[in-house]
Design a protein around this ligand. Structure first.
Ligand SMILES: Cc1cc2nc3c(=O)[nH]c(=O)nc-3n(C[C@H](O)[C@H](O)[C@H](O)COP(=O)(O)OP(=O)(O)OC[C@H]3O[C@@H](n4cnc5c(N)ncnc54)[C@H](O)[C@@H]3O)c2cc1C
Length: 533
């Protein structure tokens, strides 16, 4: 048997809590319930999902271990996963990931350079704020928040060093004196926390969610503005090692939905919606934690309780960008406009100007203003029609910029939570998720069924680099088992039961300092009104 862990005991034998979903037949050597009359294909490794993690896994298997006998099973018509785009007017806009967050050694930055991806430096401090009274003097609030953010970093490090328990970001902020009460204070906090984590401070783990936005790499957040879309670099990278120009490599099965994964000590069987069964020595699941939480794929035997605990203890957050295309630009040149809603924190709060200097040309035909909503506001808009959302947005914009502004001539809003292939936009580390939970999230089952994807990356969860690096590292584990034999499989830590006293959380997860935000102004912008403080 592989040495990496004691065999997880049968879910039924360790846990009095099987889920009520389906009966769990006892695990045997063969993948559970090995039967079914569909077409059968044998392969060494079945990669489930062709997003960034799936591509990185395939590349490592092939280039580092010489394993060419793999398949990628992808439900969509193309590779890239959450790197996907559409057009508004004549402009390509990113439905999903938009920034390269962290430069230098960040593998995503390296791919961007390798494939010549067009991107522009983002300046989060280039902003104006409005509330119901008009343009707001926000300097004092910003300075206070920026100070708080610095102290939060130090406080987290000190607490963690002393072995003190994790808190929510809201609790930690409150302890340090930040209790936002005005709409401007609330939107500025939202800009610094929710706009990154896609969940509110009362949910986010102080130690783990408040990391470094550049993900430990050299500072810099660059916005991708490329007509070929962000996905271009991932697809090009895949095509560079796949056969037949990539797109037609028979190992990549597009439009193929995985419906069931049967795992045992000798291998894995993967059943698709086409009735085909892939018999693999190993499988690598790249499904988002949202997909795992929603039972979109049936696992047999049922995932053990410790695995389910890890899956449900983590969060799949929702971050929704709503794009409006106008015949002319009526907003300012700043990169950001913050709206401090008087009633609901974060409602249509963060606007981005795609016509800022250095972005799309000003006064051309492509005038794009887009707003981001998260969490409960994202769920709210997802349940509304496009027209209802557009009407609300236009009412707000007219209250800010006047009744004369034109109607949009194009509109686009994705619905990530409703999409069964994703069930949200990216993961977030909530308070209550222990390091041990996260180790359980990553741990393979019976050494045969591996789990990868952005959520499994402790330092870079949520980010593209998390997806890429985790895909690579999982493929290395599988490659080692295949090439050197089961006895050399790397070990993964996992815990059938988590004892809170033995599982302290710490603030060392995300390396690279605490410079995630704040979006402090380097200098006071010349925006035509007097600032105090
Ligand atoms: C709105 C939004 C904004 C974001 N912004 C940024 C950003 O600016 N910077 C950044 O670094 N990251 C950002 N991210 C996160 C980033 O996109 C993800 O971390 C990364 O793309 C995840 O890659 P993955 O391979 O782990 O997962 P995925 O991309 O989810 O790959 C999984 C694949 O599995 C497929 N699949 C799912 N179910 C099945 C099934 N049953 N059968 C077959 N195939 C299936 C899916 O189609 C998908 O292709 C953003 C994401 C979103 C949605």
């Amino acid at each position: 048997m592989p040495s990496y862990l004691p065999l997880p005991p049968s879910p039924l034998s360790t846990s009095p809590y099987p889920s009520f979903l389906y009966p769990s037949p006892p695990p045997s050597g063969k993948p559970c319930c090995s039967q079914g009359g569909g077409r059968r294909h044998k392969t060494k490794v079945a990669i489930l999902g062709g997003g960034v993690s799936g591509i990185a896994s395939a590349k490592v298997l092939l280039q580092e271990y010489g394993i060419s006998d793999f398949v990628i099973l992808e439900a969509r018509h193309e590779l890239g996963g959450r790197a996907q785009d559409t057009k508004i007017g004549q402009t390509t806009i990113e439905r999903g990931c938009n920034w390269i967050q962290g430069l230098g050694e960040n593998p995503i930055w390296k791919l961007a350079q390798k494939w010549g991806l067009e991107n522009v430096e983002q300046d989060y401090s280039d902003l104006v704020t409005y509330d119901t009274s008009g343009l707001v003097n926000d300097t004092v609030v910003m300075q206070r928040y920026d100070k708080l953010f610095e102290s939060l970093g130090e406080y987290a490090a000190n607490r963690s060093e002393q072995g003190r328990v994790d808190l929510t970001v809201k609790a930690a902020s409150g302890i340090l004196g930040w209790v936002p009460t005005t709409p401007v204070e609330k939107i500025y906090e939202y800009y610094n926390i929710d706009f990154e984590t896609a969940e509110p401070p009362q949910v986010c783990s102080f130690y783990n969610a408040l990391g470094n936005t550049e993900g430990g790499f050299a500072p810099g957040n660059n916005l991708v503005l490329d007509p070929r879309g962000f996905k271009y670099i991932f697809q090009q990278e895949a095509y560079s090692f796949l056969d037949q120009g990539g797109k037609r490599d028979p190992r990549v099965h597009y439009d193929t939905l995985v419906t069931e994964v049967r795992y045992g000590q000798e291998g894995v069987e993967v059943v698709t919606d086409k009735g085909t069964i892939f018999e693999a020595d190993y499988a690598i699941s790249t499904f988002s934690v949202g997909v795992l939480q929603n039972h979109d794929v049936r696992f047999l035997p049922e995932l053990p309780e410790w695995k389910r605990e890890a899956i449900y203890a983590f969060d799949m957050a929702t971050y929704t960008k709503i794009f409006l295309h106008f015949p002319s630009q009526f907003w300012g040149d700043e990169q950001y406009m913050l709206w401090a809603d008087p009633d609901v924190r974060g409602r249509y709060g963060i606007w981005q100007n795609l016509n800022a200097p250095g972005f799309l040309p000003r006064n051309g035909s492509e005038n794009i203003f887009f707003v981001t909503v998260t969490d409960s506001e994202a769920y709210r808009v997802e349940s509304m029609s496009d027209q209802e959302v557009q009407d609300e947005l236009m009412q707000l914009l007219r209250s800010i910029y006047g009744n004369d502004i034109p109607d949009p001539d194009d509109f686009y809003m994705p619905r990530w939570t409703k999409d069964p292939l994703f069930r949200g936009s990216y993961s977030n580390w909530p308070v209550g998720e222990l390091e041990g939970h996260h180790q359980n999230l990553r741990a393979p089952l019976l050494d045969r069924l591996h789990f990868t994807g952005e959520a499994m990356s402790a330092p870079y969860f949520g980010f593209l680099q998390g997806a890429w690096l985790e895909g690579e590292s999982t493929a290395r584990a599988v490659g080692q088992c295949l090439v050197k034999g089961d006895a050399s499989c790397p070990s993964y830590e996992y815990h059938v039961e988590l004892d809170v006293c033995e599982q302290p959380t710490s603030f060392t997860k995300r390396t690279g300092g605490y410079g995630r935000w704040p979006k402090a102004r380097d200098q006071t912008p010349d925006d035509g009104y007097e600032r105090s403080g």
